[in-house]
Design a protein. Structure first.
Length: 462
C-alpha cells in the first residue's frame, strides 16, 4: 500500500529507493504521511523527523534525486503516517532537507502531505486574552512563578479550545503567554531597557502611546526568545484536546521578523538606525527558528507587518534580502509562512494600505505561504493572490478583525468563491486579516466559526 501511494504521487520511485525500514500506519488512506530518510546512524533525525513542505514538481524531482543519493549512502527510510484529515485528495509535499554538516549531506527528509485542505483554514498568531488574564497581568507581582505557569497553561487551553471548536485546520497558542513585557520577545533580550511609561496616556489610541525601549548595550538573547517553550506548551495543551477532535490540527508558531521587532527599539550610537537594529536582531531570530526546527514544529509564521507598512517608501529588495537571510535555517525544513498586514494597533491600521508597492519584489520571499489582508480593505487588489499563488500558497484575510460586523456564512462563502477566480483551491488558505487580539472574544469566536463553515461549504462543492 505504501508503495502504491507513493507511486501514485509520482514523487518517489520506491523501487528505485528500494528500502522501507519502518512503517507506522495510523489511518493509511485518509492520512497525510511523512517519509524520513536518514542515515542509519543518525538517531537524532530518525526520531525527530522534520516535515518538509513541497509545493512544486521541480522540488519533488530534486527530492527524488537527493533521496536516491542518500540511499546509495546507506540511509534508511521511515514512513510515518499522520492522521490529519478526511479529504481523499492527495498532493505531494516535500523538499530535500540537506542537513549539511561538515559540508556533507547526511540526511534527507521528505514530507508527502495529503492535500488535506484544499481551501485550508488558519489563523494569524494572536487570540483575545480572557478578561481574567488581563486582570491578572496587571497584578502579576501577587502571583508566584508556579501561579504564572498555571495562568499560561489555562489561557492557552482557552485559546486552543476556542480554535478547535471553530474547526480550524491550523491553530496557534493565541500568543496567550505574551501578556507581560517580561514574557514578550523584548523581555528575552539583553542590552535593552524597558520603557516603563506610555509617553501619551490619554486620547485616541495610536502608536505614540507605546514607548520605545532604549538600547543600553550589545543586544543578545542568551536564552532564546521563548518560542520553543511556547510550542512545547501548545503541544501539551493540544494533546489534551486530541481525543475530542476529529482531526488533529496543524500547530503553528508565530515569530516576529527582525525589521518589525526593531521598530520598538530606539537607535543609539552603537545601532545607528532601524536597519542596524534589524541586523542585530536577525541572528537572534535565525537562532530561534533553528531551535523551533529542532523541536519539530510543523509550521512557522515569520510576521513582518512593518515591511508591508513601509514598503511604499522603502527598498523592497532590501526587505526581501533581510527576510530571506532570517528564514534561511527554516526554509525547506518546515511549512514557512509570513503575515503582511498594515497594522492593528488597538484596532487601527498604521500603514499605507496598498499591496502594489510590495510586488513583484516580495514574490521572492522564501516562504510556502504568504498572507495578505483583504477583508478590511474591501478586497482591493485581490488579484495579487494570483501572482502569489504562482509561487506559493496565498493566505487571504477574509475576516475583518477591526469590525464588529460578524460576517455571515453566506457572505464569507461568496468571498471564498471570489478568491477561487484568482487562485486554485489547493493554493488557498483562509484566515482573519490579522491576529484577533484586538477583537472581543465573543466576536472572535463567532467570526472564526462562520469562516470555517463558509470554507467547508465551498470545499464540499468543489
Ligand atoms: Zn497583522
Amino acid at each position: 500500500m505504501v508503495v502504491s501511494l507513493v507511486d501514485a504521487l509520482g514523487v518517489l520511485d520506491l523501487a528505485q529507493l528500494g528500502v522501507v525500514v519502518n512503517t507506522t500506519v495510523a489511518q493509511p488512506l485518509h492520512a497525510a504521511f511523512r517519509i524520513t530518510i536518514n542515515k542509519a546512524h543518525d538517531q537524532r533525525h530518525r526520531h525527530s523527523p522534520v516535515p518538509i513542505p513541497l509545493s512544486q514538481k521541480t522540488r519533488a524531482k530534486r527530492c527524488e534525486e537527493r533521496a536516491v543519493t542518500c540511499l546509495k549512502n546507506e540511509c534508511s527510510v521511515n514512513f510515518i503516517f499522520l492522521d490529519r484529515s478526511k479529504s481523499k485528495t492527495w498532493r505531494a509535499r516535500g523538499l530535500p532537507s540537506p542537513f549539511k554538516r561538515d559540508g556533507q549531506t547526511d540526511a534527507c527528509l521528505v514530507q508527502l502531505d495529503m492535500d488535506s485542505c484544499p481551501l485550508r483554514t488558519s489563523v494569524i498568531g494572536s487570540y483575545p486574552f480572557p478578561g481574567w488574564l488581563l486582570f491578572a497581568s496587571t497584578h502579576l507581582n501577587q502571583f508566584g512563578s508556579h501561579d504564572i505557569a498555571e495562568l499560561q497553561d489555562d489561557a492557552t487551553a482557552i485559546a486552543v479550545g476556542d480554535q478547535l471548536a471553530a474547526g480550524l485546520d491550523v491553530i496557534t497558542d493565541g500568543e496567550q503567554t505574551r501578556f507581560d513585557f517580561n514574557l514578550s520577545f523584548y523581555g528575552h533580550l539583553q542590552g535593552i531597557e524597558l520603557e516603563p511609561d506610555s509617553p501619551r496616556r490619554f486620547g485616541p489610541p495610536a502608536h505614540d502611546q507605546r514607548g520605545k525601549h532604549k538600547i543600553t548595550g550589545q543586544i543578545t538573547a542568551p536564552h532564546g526568545l521563548g518560542c520553543v517553550a511556547e510550542f512545547e506548551r501548545l503541544k501539551r495543551v493540544a494533546a489534551v484536546f486530541a481525543p475530542s477532535v476529529p482531526a488533529a490540527p496543524t500547530l503553528k508558531v508565530s515569530v516576529p521578523g527582525p525589521f518589525t521587532m526593531a521598530g520598538r527599539l530606539l537607535p543609539n550610537a552603537q545601532y545607528a538606525d532601524r536597519y542596524a537594529i534589524t541586523e542585530a536582531l536577525l541572528p537572534l531570530i535565525r537562532r530561534e527558528l533553528e531551535l523551533l526546527i529542532e523541536s519539530g514544529v510543523e509550521e512557522i509564521c515569520v510576521d513582518e507587518p512593518s515591511m508591508s507598512c513601509y514598503a511604499y517608501k522603502s527598498d523592497t529588495a532590501r526587505f526581501v534580502d533581510i527576510f530571506n537571510r532570517t528564514v534561511e535555517p527554516a526554509y525547506g525544513k518546515t511549512r514557512l509562512c509570513t503575515h503582511l498586514c498594515f497594522g492593528n494597533y488597538k484596532g487601527h491600521a498604521v500603514g499605507y494600505r496598498q499591496y502594489a508597492p510590495l510586488f513583484p519584489a516580495f514574490l521572492d520571499l522564501h516562504v510556502d505561504e504568504m498572507h495578505v489582508e483583504m477583508a478590511s480593505r474591501e478586497y482591493a487588489e485581490l488579484e495579487v493572490i494570483a501572482a502569489i499563488a504562482e509561487r506559493m500558497d496565498a493566505a487571504v484575510g477574509i475576516i475583518d478583525v477591526k469590525s464588529y460586523f460578524i460576517e455571515p456564512v453566506d457572505f464569507l462563502a461568496e468571498r471564498v468563491r471570489q478568491c477561487l477566480d484568482h487562485a486554485p483551491a489547493d493554493r488557498l488558505v483562509f484566515t482573519p486579516d490579522c491576529g484577533l487580539s484586538q477583537t472581543a472574544r465573543w466576536a472572535a469566536k463567532q467570526k472564526l466559526a462562520n469562516m470555517v463553515e463558509a470554507v467547508r461549504s465551498v470545499r464540499s462543492n468543489l
